[in-house]
Design a protein around this ligand. Sequence first.
Ligand code: SAM
Ligand code: SF4
Length: 329
Amino acid sequence: MNRLIDTYNRHINYLRISLTDRCNLRCIYCMPKEGISLIGHDDILSFEEILRIARIAATKGISKIRVTGGEPLVRKGVVGLIAELNALPGIDDLSITTNGILLQSSAAALRKAGLKRINISLDSLDPEKYKKITRGGNLNAVLDGIREARIQGFAPIKINVVTIRGVNDDEIIPFAELTLDRPVHIRFIEFMPVDIKSGWKKTHFISNEEIQNRIRTIGELMQVSSNRRSGPAQMYQLKGAQGKLGFISPLSNHFCESCNRLRLTADGKLRTCLFSDNEFALKTMLRAGCTDAELDERITTAILSKPMKHKILEPSHKKCLRGMSAIGG
Ligand code: SAM
Ligand code: SF4
């Protein structure tokens, strides 16, 4: 097995695959209310193309895949794709990030297909506020999806909360309290200024340090060891709690020095940094009839161009051309 080492000596072993830029929600921080201009059906990678890229990546040392979107569960045939990705030699960690709206009806099939880990994005526990943040989403559908995922044996269930000052920071404590009597992981993610349309303003930003300080008002917050599956999250636990708290701080404490990720967009471009529009077109090559060796070489070239760190907080940084829903988070 090869090991993919980039120019800065990082071991690249994680591929995030965006299945679609379409979504059944319009979260205020991710998509404009009218949606985004969608990639045409013919320009979206087919499942065969995705599997071919994933297979080559796996032979090069990618062992971890996350399926994302847009909303991955809106793409027809996703369960079959999960089963095929799960069967790829070399892939030992397959997961999905979803908004959970369609999870109740698909959790059992996903589990049968071999999926073991699910992250669910949920930014409010209040039905009205959830509806506002997602522009129309039904909180009960997500809660039913989470319940079904637990019944099907997905563990631990990880809930991602993008925290935005003045929008949902009043729910930091209720979210943290969920871990007291449930084996759930609540992961607070700093709101990132990805593209111009995300509406990011400095005043919206709330650092994970401030979030931790607020949580300390309800109990002792102990740091616990992170494992390979925690990714960039710093893991903590409230004393006596069943669940855990994760803090993902791309802005206040960027983790670029240990970044192990590549991202494949739904239209077949390989991105080496979430915040960089420097992309490597793979779909064009595939459709021009490239060989596996050529594809392999292109992936290596992309990895060797992976930047040392993001510069999103520097004044010279230009926001990305793609929004988060088109990159996959
Ligand atoms: N639709 C799925 C979902 O919401 O889980 C998967 C795609 S979504 C783009 C992936 C993750 O990115 C979600 O957890 C979402 O909350 C997060 N996200 C989107 N825009 C963000 C932003 N500007 N800052 C931080 N996280 C963001
Ligand atoms: Fe859709 Fe996920 Fe973006 Fe919300 S965060 S609009 S659910 S892609």
